[in-house]
Design a protein around this ligand. Structure first.
Ligand SMILES: *Cc1c(COP(=O)(O)O)cnc(C)c1O
Length: 412
């Protein structure tokens, strides 16, 4: 569900015509709906009301400070994967004790910064990382709360690039190694093992892989209890999928009910790290048609948004819905929607049936609120788009469009 709807024949973001936004702020343009964002957060978070829980928004899905601040105001914590994301989360007013830190490659200074912010816990992904965190904590006169990220060897049945909990993936520790890891953690004076963590992948469209993972983790949890390791936090990661095309992911309520049934009565605080399911459908990327061109095999619509602005189609062959901002009721035609970048992978849609379009008209690429702007680059020296947040009738620029000067600002 989202608030990008046609009213009086033109696409609106909540109460504001998208064409007005494009005129005012130019294209390509990221447009977000605040009501959609809030609604998605609340729907997700309230699904776990039967359990002690903390919803930690995955900052890498959409890291704009205004977005993070909205999440924080609703009581959300953050899942971070870098010092830069920690900086953003703190700047957005998220308290340290609601931040969990994942990732396989945490550097010294990042660990130091996170300890200084007294984050809730580090999700540790290797034995060497554990020992580094211990050393730094002791040096700072602190004790680091940690969980181990368990790799449960479960197939999330999603795109291979976003599968993270299989034996062959770089993430986490398998259960065998985790046993030794908890034993060692108990002995390290700078470490307090308080949690157990996993994140098996992204854009999951069924709850079975989550439940299979949970079963493995709970078996391990019981084993740890018997050994005298008392886990207080169970972090199940993110990964719940959304509808881009025809997918039918479970509603958060269904997910919440399944987890609540499985965890009821256990003395655990559940941590969740949703990204896409909260931010994905709260954003569109608005683009203007520049040229039309037909070859003997294809009809191309060349637009002013490209793979540098939204890389998901190029990187994962992902589907994004595309709609006319001002529908004109023309017959459909099959198009490739492509950008100006000098790469054949630079497409937003391939072999897509769309109403015939003309130069200067506007198209909206749906489901661009997660892994859209955060994955944008300056490839081909293209300044990154502006981001605007619409809330009812109110429009706020939450990130200015980059300029040519910005492109070279750090070059000497
Ligand atoms: C990317 C990521 C998430 C969020 O994944 P979504 O599919 O967007 O929910 C959560 N936790 C970790 C560790 C991640 O890397």
């Amino acid at each position: 569900m989202h608030y990008f709807e046609y009213k009086n024949g033109s696409m609106h973001a909540e109460e504001v015509p998208v064409a007005d936004l494009a005129r005012e702020y130019g294209t390509p343009l990221y447009v977000y709906s605040a009501s959609t964002l809030r609604r998605h957060f609340k729907a997700f978070d309230s699904a776990f009301n039967g359990l002690e829980h903390l919803t930690c928004f995955s900052v890498k899905a959409n890291s704009n400070i205004s977005v993070l601040r909205m999440m924080a105001e609703l009581g959300g914590g953050m899942d971070i994967v870098s010092g830069g994301e920690l900086f953003r989360a703190l700047k957005a007013g998220v308290p340290g004790n609601k931040i969990v830190y994942s990732g396989v490659g945490k550097k010294d200074h990042e660990i130091r910064e996170a300890l200084a912010a007294d984050i809730l816990m580090f999700n540790v992904e290797s034995m060497q990382e554990l020992s580094r965190i211990n050393d730094i904590a002791l040096d700072m006169g602190r004790v680091a709360r940690i969980s181990f990220r368990i790799n449960p060897d479960v197939d999330p049945k999603t795109h291979p690039y976003i599968s993270t909990g299989m034996k062959k993936n770089k993430f986490g520790l398998d259960i065998e190694h985790s046993r030794k890891a908890y034993d060692l953690a108990l002995e390290l004076p700078g470490i307090d093992p308080v949690g157990m963590d996993c994140h098996i992948g992204s854009q999951l469209t069924s709850i079975e892989p989550f439940m299979e993972t949970l079963e493995k983790l709970l078996r391990f949890y019981n084993e740890l209890e018997e050994k005298g390791v008392h886990i207080r936090y169970l972090d199940l990661g993110g990964g719940l999928g959304i509808t881009y095309d025809q997918e039918e992911p479970p509603h958060p309520e269904e997910f919440g009910k399944a987890l609540t049934d499985a965890l009821n009565g256990l003395p655990l605080t559940l941590i969740l790290e949703p990204g896409r399911v909260i931010a994905g459908n709260m954003g569109i990327l608005v683009t203007e048609v520049q040229y039309l061109k037909s070859t003997p095999s294809k009809n191309f619509v060349i637009v002013d948004a490209a793979m540098n602005d939204l890389v998901r189609p190029a990187l994962y062959q992902s589907y994004h819905g595309i709609g006319e901002v001002e529908p004109r009721g023309r017959a459909c035609k099959v198009y490739d929607v492509v950008g100006p970048i000098c790469e054949t992978s630079d497409f937003l849609a391939r072999d897509r049936e769309l109403p015939e379009t003309e130069q200067g008209e506007l198209l909206a690429v749906y489901s661009a609120g997660a892994y859209g702007f955060t994955m944008a680059s300056n490839y081909n020296s293209r300044p990154r788009p502006a981001e605007v947040m619409v809330d009812g009738e109110k429009v706020s620029v939450i990130r200015k469009r980059e300029t040519y000067q910005d492109l070279v600002a750090l070059e000497l």
